[in-house]
Design a protein around this ligand. Structure first.
Ligand code: HEM
Length: 493
């Protein structure tokens, strides 16, 4: 019987090996056919030379990849094919009319990229599409009504003061320091207060987000990790920080709130109270996905925006000075900003927008065409094609922005904005899938940066210039190191 069963086992093994081989072959045929379809669709778009195995993945993974794409954009006006490995090819676009042709429609996100998010943030607004996306977007929009946003000015103020008090001590040491981490904690703390009415007591979440965004970007850029079976996210891939984020987190807060009495309105109240026209509310799973989506989209992006803005202020002291004068004047002899003040910060707002232009917090977004598209120059793409909108290269496109490397806030004066293409500046994307948190983010940017400028003077550390690195959001490989000088009369300086 032993011989019989071992023969059986080896026959079973053969069958299994055969099955794996057939499945592997089928997958390969599928990939090759898809590759052929994508390549044929982009035939009329010349582009940079492609490595036979890596495509353009090697260039994209190197430091300076963002500026590499800007140089490609010079060479290939409008668009060029971008291959991440052999099987995943996007049309990379960076021209306003091209952006309008795709982004004014509501085509779905490219699953090849956004599905990597599912394990982390679930199916929230960012990755949903079709009727479910529409329904969620409608349910969540009231959460960004200005009546809801108004009290957040005080929340941003409190969280910022806590950070600035810590900076007073660091500044006293007279050395430059990396502001990215502190701003990340502050942005998360205020976001949690706006979402749950409860701040961030731990230190792990921003670090976990940093680990996870690094893993995710690595996965997008490395074709060998595109397949779930090959990638198989093993715990050792993730740092301990990332593990904490994958563990159940906000569930207990959500559960607690369901049985709590009402306090002031926050996002969680809006989510819990949201009903469609038939009175149907979000399921627990949907609720969790939306909360996780907000937690990621709502703090990593603003952190990047605030840090690069302060870097710009350090780089251009004359603009820093003008912004500070403006906010001092608005504040007068009061000690905190109010809702009405935000509309008066015109120069600061222009500087924020100019820093978003040069350092867009979200440098690249992707779509998959649900129907064919025709571009202004007569070229077209069929349904199923993949699009990468390179916001960073769009914002440095010299056909749209004269002297694109020059920091000039006046580009955003009302006269200049009026004559510019509406799809030339897209930090929050545009069209139906634009950023739902845009107003929230602008308010936070204004309050936080105004308070920073009132309290400190910012200067560069010439020994540690930041190295731009796309990691879902725009980060710096070596942090953003600035010298801070306290402006408090009692600071002893
Ligand atoms: C400076 C700050 C921010 C920037 C630059 C930014 C940028 C963007 C961009 C470019 C998109 C489109 C993404 C894509 O097409 O894949 C987006 C979508 C989104 N953002 Fe933001 N964002 C910011 C802040 C926020 C905040 C504060 C929140 C929430 C509190 C938020 C929530 C979302 C959500 C939920 C989506 C998906 C919307 C949809 O597809 O319907 N964002 N954001």
């Amino acid at each position: 019987p032993l011989g019989f069963s071992s023969a059986n086992v080896s026959r079973l093994g053969l069958w299994a090996a055969g099955l794996i081989l057939v499945l592997g072959l089928l997958k390969l045929i599928h990939l090759l056919l898809r590759r052929q379809m994508l390549a044929r669709a982009m035939e009329s778009f010349p582009g940079p030379p492609t490595h036979w195995l890596f495509g353009h993945a090697q260039e994209i993974q190197q430091t300076g990849s963002l500026d590499k794409v800007v140089s490609w954009a010079h060479q290939f006006p409008y668009a060029h094919p971008l291959w991440l490995g052999q099987f995943l090819g996007f049309l990379n676009i960076y021209e306003p009319d091209y952006a309008k042709a795709v982004y004014s429609r509501g085509d779905p996100k490219a699953a090849d990229v956004y599905d990597f998010f599912l394990q982390w943030i679930g199916k929230g607004l960012l990755v949903l599409h079709g009727p479910k996306w529409y329904e969620h977007r409608k349910l969540l929009t009231p959460g960004f009504h200005y009546d809801v946003l108004k009290p957040y000015v005080a929340v941003f103020t409190n969280s910022t003061h806590t950070m600035l008090d810590q900076w007073e001590e660091k500044a006293r040491e007279g050395k430059s320091f990396d502001i990215f981490c502190d701003v990340g904690h502050m942005a998360l703390d205020s976001l949690m207060k706006c979402t749950f009415g409860k701040g961030d007591e731990g230190q792990e979440l921003p670090l976990a987000v940093r680990d996870l965004t690094l893993l995710m970007q690595e996965r997008i850029d490395s074709f060998q990790y595109h397949n779930d079976f090959v990638y198989c996210p093993r715990p050792h891939r993730m740092g301990p920080q990332a593990m904490t984020l994958c563990a159940p987190g906000p569930d207990h807060v959500i559960r607690g709130r369901k049985i709590q009495s009402r306090r002031h309105l926050d996002f969680l109240d809006i989510l819990l109270g949201a009903r469609d026209e038939n009175g149907i509310k979000l399921s627990d799973k949907d609720l969790r996905a939306e909360v996780d989506t907000f937690m990621f989209e709502g703090h990593d992006t603003t952190t990047s925006g605030i840090c690069w803005f302060l870097y710009c202020m350090a780089l251009y002291p004359e603009h820093q000075h003008r912004c500070r004068e403006e906010v001092c004047k608005i504040l007068g002899d009061r000690d905190s900003f109010q809702w009405d003040d935000l509309g008066k910060m015109t120069y600061l707002t222009m500087c924020i927008k100019e820093s978003f232009r040069l350092y867009p917090p979200v440098p690249q977004v992707y779509r998959q065409l649900s129907k064919p598209v025709s571009f202004v120059d007569g070229r077209s793409l069929p349904a199923g094609s993949l699009i990468s909108l390179h916001i960073y290269a769009l914002h440095r496109n010299s056909a749209v922005w004269p002297d694109p490397e020059v920091f000039d806030p006046l580009r955003f004066s009302p006269e200049n904005v009026a004559t510019r293409h509406p799809f030339a500046f897209m930090p929050f994307s545009a069209g139906p899938r634009n950023c739902i948190g845009q107003q929230f983010a602008m308010n936070e940017m204004k309050v936080v940066t105004a308070l920073c400028l009132l309290r400190f003077e910012f200067a560069l550390d010439p020994l540690r210039p930041p190295i731009k690195m796309p990691q879902l959001v725009l980060r710096s490989k070596n942090g953003i190191h600035l010298h801070l000088k306290s402006l408090r009369p009692d600071s002893g300086k």
